[in-house]
Design a protein. Structure first.
Length: 231
């Protein structure tokens, strides 16, 4: 035997009042995306402040901040259209469980540039997956195009950072058409982007040789910014 109340998942973001509204509506979903945009701004800003990147990569990172701030504002407009109040703060769960540990790992990293690129690329991929995961949960059809427009732009940003991590990921030679007897076919893993978790392994190894491992996931109950939650 034991308590019959459902257990809490992750960090509880709701007020202590028992009458707190637990409804997950379109506004909650969009507020969550907006908060993750601000969390991404905090993460990329910390990367720049660490001095881990320079040159063209630094310029790219600065551009990412501007883009995510714009996306956050656009997500806020969608929240208003959904009848909610924009949430103009970083997601509390993401900050406590993801951003702050990654910042600490970056400060003591044995290869700051490597880790900075991995983190930034992971966040862009996570944001892309988050928009894709959330858009199918939005009930008001008129809100979906604007939501996925932001997601599409984020996907392009993720592609830019993926090339920064591995400049040889796409090579012109791969597209060369050769006269062969048999056509060589290639396959992509799915019609759309993957929604599976992204594992980041960063920072300097500890006494046992292990580095910090952080999992980036699409939004769920532990990251939702409910309507009763304020900054």
């Amino acid at each position: 035997s034991g308590p019959e109340e459902p257990g809490k998942i992750g960090v509880e973001l709701l007020p202590e009042e028992e009458a707190a509204d637990l409804t997950v509506d379109d506004a909650v979903l969009l507020r969550t995306l907006q908060s993750l945009e601000y969390a991404t701004v905090e993460m990329v800003s910390a990367i720049i402040a660490s001095g881990a990147v320079s040159g063209n990569v630094l310029t790219t990172m600065e551009g990412l901040i501007a883009e995510h701030e714009r996306h956050a504002a656009e997500a806020g407009e969608l929240v208003t259209q959904a009848g909610g109040t924009p949430y103009e703060c970083p997601n509390p769960f993401a900050m406590d469980r993801i951003v702050e540990p990654l910042i600490a790992a970056l400060e003591t990293s044995d290869d700051p540039e490597r880790d900075a690129l991995e983190i930034a690329n992971g966040f862009e991929s996570m944001m892309t997956a988050s928009y894709q995961a959330i858009v199918e949960q939005i009930t008001e059809a008129s809100l979906r195009p604007g939501t996925m427009t932001i997601g599409n732009e984020t996907a392009r940003q993720a592609a830019v950072l993926a090339l920064a991590v591995d400049s040889e990921a796409v090579s012109p030679e791969l597209a060369t058409i050769e006269d062969e007897e048999f056509t060589v076919f290639y396959a992509i893993p799915a019609t759309f982007g993957q929604l599976t978790g992204i594992t980041l392994v960063v920072g300097a190894p500890d006494e046992e040789g292990a580095r910090l491992s952080v999992s980036l996931q699409t939004p769920a109950e532990n990251t939702f910014v409910y309507n009763d939650v304020s900054c």
